[in-house]
Design a protein. Sequence first.
Length: 265
Amino acid sequence: MEILTVIQARTGSTRLPGKVMLPLVGKPLLVRMVERVKAAKLAGRVVVATTTMPQDDTVVELCGAEGWEVFRGHPENCLDRHYQAGVEYNADTVIKIPSDCPLIDPQVIDKVIAFYLDHTGEYDFVSNLHPATYPDGNDVEIMTMEALRIAWENASLEMEMQHTTPYIWERPQQFRLANVAWETGLDYSMSHRFTIDYQEDYDFIKAVYDELHPRNAMFGLQDILDLLEQRPDIYAINNHYAGVNWYRNHLDELKTVGKGQTRKI
């Protein structure tokens, strides 16, 4: 099975432009993000999928300097970008991990992929997001190339194309879906925010890296939670954005996401 893990990355974020290039302990955020994904044992081939826009030449240059594979695709249609990357690399399975998750735990990535591999041929789509239980920013979505192709051919809504996977997970009658819940039985998806969209998110992530990275570059989810218990001041930096995600703008279009899975700013 040819597994391709796609990290979508661009510099043109509307809320926090250039966030993938912001520094984290001496390296761009994207470097720290890719390091963590590559630390997962089951991630297969890892490629950074950026856009064809001139401003993303800097992403391509960074990938070249780091020796990573890079793919350039549609600036806005991430579904097309993921599909075309899958075609380019002859993938059987495509894993979507967005570049706004620089605190993602490699063990969480492996846990979701291991479930998919342990049930080879049983599911078209496996994730830890539908519904989410892990702290926001541990996003892993796995799909067969065939499911991705069907979505690519049939998606018509802007949000389906912008967010890649909704066409699939919104159709449980058509696709075989599975979800990997946090084994603790806890649900921190609306209370802990480890992703980056706003300046406060960066300030939070930088504080976590400054504290934990010097001790262990591959610090994990429990290390972060322990730190936040000891340092509530760090937790407070961006907790007013906890639970704010893209679902909030599409509740009228989404059938499988309820109001309890998002909140307005």
